[in-house]
Design a protein around this ligand. Structure first.
Ligand code: CA
Length: 689
């Protein structure tokens, strides 16, 4: 009798534990603030509120990482860019993919539990600058929060994937998109949006986690000057603008880095560049243009402005200040500071006091040619005058380029080494003013002219001819590089550090690697069969540690396979990927003969420069996401080219009809221009793509 009862009790407890293990998310302030008490979980985008992306788990470590092997994997139905980090909560793994889709798995076995497709219309793809990506979810209570590409904030039941509520967070008449992960604190969901290249006014909003009610909104740039601004901070910001364009176009979107800090109860976020890029075009009589290219702190409860630090005043080079943040307690000049850190697109690594915004450090982590240094007294960059192409009227090549020395790819801070592991890129771009710039709503609005090929031909010897990505270990207190890896492709990849002495990072070249945190020695590598740019996470279930990595990105170009997959590893894992197929042969560059008249070629170049460059110009660093049209067979037929550009036959894949922006004559002129460029490239024996 006693035995029976005991075994029954044991059985019930075991059952409870098992069911608890597979329970859906239950996340509250206590669990999020105390996330370090649950090192086996990954409850928020950066694991802990300080967003260090540091796993305290040690089972997988520098001594045994050679035994790290695939435990399970899952394939996805989209081959667009994959940029998301999963959440792992109570035995479930949740991940988002391109087109804002969500998938839930048993985190131990990989058994699928549910999936959710918000059915973002293919035609919405045109609203963004840089692919229909998504960078992840937030969790609160038993709900998950998704920012969909079309601007919806959607709450899902974590157990079933059922929609609990959804709200539209944007003006659908404008080119807003959401690609970033929401953050959540104290029952509020914080979300921004993108579109600064396309002429929208940036803002961040807080919604009630329970029902989606809008609680507050902070605009990052002033509104119409003749009307009262939304708050005093914007009244002050208004004085830093001139002309009458800015309030119609704006910019300064909050498209990625957001950090909530329970110690200060502030929300920190980074803002993008302005629309247009060129400062002189958007604010003709000068001015810093607040709060573009800034790090801003507001009260989490009310959205009230607290402080800002403008990283790049009067900015013209696409140096968004939107990169993800990391918080840590560090000592500067003999004093402890709760420190907010960001490796910026502009090539400087910044450390700021989280409570006051006081600048603690600002140092270049790569070659910077637009400024000599940051003046620590004023906090302002000391600029190189020739870099301001809007002032000089002269085209110039600038480092870092518009791709940025560090963009959205998450960095990681190791509590063991005190180092920041920074995915960084050496890059250069040519910038030129567009003398004919006119504001254009809902289309590329950069104000860039054509710099001409001679600029890039005459680069200094040490300037990178193509972008070169590296993983760098940066000491934020000593303010210098400790080590960096060999080249990792052309695009950066997000990083994870662990208490096992490892830094895990993918590569656009098609690998996932583990490096020793102290010296960067490569200890392990996995052939992912596709580019890997998202950041990995780590978790533990039933005594086993896992590494989860979302993969999927072109390794050579748009035409190479992109196997969008979730890859999950553990020591001694036994799963195998299907054999890699051979890369298809590089497309031949085989254009028809030039046919454009001089007028057609000029019209084609101008239209291309405005309408097509942002996605299809290889120099913009979007390699692998969009086709290089010089290689497109569509160029060989006026009808085929028109069927795509005007009639929109590829709309379901994101290439919408441009008939609202381009007429048939302009489409044909683009075809003539691209045919000429294809013939020029062929004549110059361009490397096959
Ligand atoms: Ca930008």
């Amino acid at each position: 009798m006693t035995t029976t009862i005991t075994s029954k009790v044991v059985f019930t407890v075991a059952l409870l534990a098992l069911s608890h293990g597979l329970q859906a998310a239950e996340v509250d302030a206590r669990t999020l603030i105390g996330a370090d008490n649950e090192p086996g979980q990954w409850l928020s985008p950066g694991r802990t509120y300080d967003e260090q992306r540091f796993s305290p788990l040690t089972q997988i470590n520098a001594d045994n990482v050679a035994q790290l092997a695939l435990a399970w994997y899952a394939d996805f139905d989209t081959n667009r860019g994959q940029e998301s980090s999963p959440l792992v909560i109570n035995g479930m793994l949740y991940v988002t993919t391109a087109w804002s889709k969500v998938y839930a798995y048993d985190a131990k076995t990989g058994a699928p539990r549910w999936n959710y497709d918000p059915n973002v219309a293919g035609g919405i793809g045109i609203k963004g600058c840089c692919d229909v990506v998504n960078r992840g979810l937030a969790a609160w209570g038993n709900k998950l929060y998704l920012g969909a590409y079309d601007g919806r904030l959607i709450a899902l039941d974590a157990k079933s994937g059922k929609v609990e509520w959804q709200v539209n967070t944007i003006d659908e008449a404008r080119s807003y998109t959401i690609t970033g992960a929401p953050r959540v604190a104290n029952g509020k969901v914080f979300i921004g949006n993108g579109g600064a290249e396309i002429g929208v006014r940036g803002y961040i909003s807080a919604f009630d986690a329970n029902d989606g009610k809008l609680l507050w909104r902070f605009f990052t740039v002033p509104g119409e000057p003749s009307k009262p601004q939304e708050n005093k901070a914007l009244e002050a910001a208004l004085k830093t603008w001139t002309g009458d364009l800015f309030w119609q176009l704006g910019g300064g979107t909050v498209w990625d880095g957001i950090l909530y800090d329970p110690q200060t109860n502030l929300v920190y976020f980074g803002t993008a560049n302005g629309s247009p890029w060129m400062a002189e075009a958007r604010s003709p009589q000068g001015g810093d243009n607040l709060f573009l290219n800034s790090i801003v702190a507001v009260k989490a409860d009310s959205g009230e402005y607290v402080w800002h630090y403008q990283v790049t005043p009067s900015e013209s080079w696409d140096y968004d200040a939107t990169s993800p943040f990391v918080m840590a307690d560090l000592e500067f000049n003999g004093a402890k500071h709760h420190t907010l850190m960001q490796g910026n697109k502009n090539g400087f690594f910044y450390a700021l006091d989280a409570a006051t915004g006081k600048l603690l450090a600002a140092d270049p982590f790569t070659k910077v040619t637009w400024a000599t240094h940051v003046d620590m007294q004023t906090g302002r960059p000391v600029e190189v005058p020739s870099a301001h192409f809007g002032k000089t009227g002269q085209a110039i090549a600038v480092q870092p380029g518009g791709q940025g020395a560090h963009s959205w790819h998450p960095m990681s801070f190791s509590r063991n080494t005190g180092l920041v592991y920074l995915p960084m890129v050496e890059t250069v771009s040519a910038f030129a003013p567009d003398p004919n710039y006119k504001p254009r709503q809902n289309t590329a609005n950069t104000g860039m002219g054509r710099a001409g090929p001679e600029i890039m031909k005459n680069l200094p010897e040490d300037a990178p001819r193509t972008s070169r990505a590296f993983l760098m270990a940066w000491d934020p207190v000593a303010r210098k590089q400790v080590w960096r890896t060999e080249e990792r492709g052309t695009i950066a990849s997000g990083a994870l550090s662990t208490a096992g002495g490892l830094v895990i990072q993918g590569s656009q070249k098609g690998e996932l690697n583990a490096f020793r945190d102290s010296d960067g020695k490569k200890l392990w590598s996995f052939a992912a069969q596709t580019g890997v740019v998202a950041a990995p996470v780590s978790y533990q279930i039933d005594g086993e540690q896992y590494i989860a990595q979302l993969a999927g990105y072109g390794t050579r170009d748009y035409y190479t396979p992109n196997h969008s997959r979730l890859l999950v590893f553990k020591l001694g894992g036994k799963a195998q990927l299907p054999a890699a197929e051979a890369l298809p042969p590089a497309r031949p560059l085989n254009p028809i003969a030039d046919f454009g008249t001089p007028e057609q070629l000029t019209l084609g170049a101008d239209t291309w420069n405005v309408q097509c460059v942002m996605c299809h110009e290889t120099a913009y660093g979007n390699r692998g996401l969009f086709p290089d049209l010089r290689y497109s067979p569509m160029l060989n037929s006026a009808d085929a080219f028109k069927s795509v550009v005007i009639d929109g036959v590829l709309e379901s894949r994101g290439m919408v009809s441009f008939k609202q922006r381009i007429n048939a004559q302009e489409a044909e002129a683009i075809r003539a221009y691209l045919t000429q460029r294809a013939n020029q490239a062929k004549a110059a024996a361009a490397p096959a793509r």
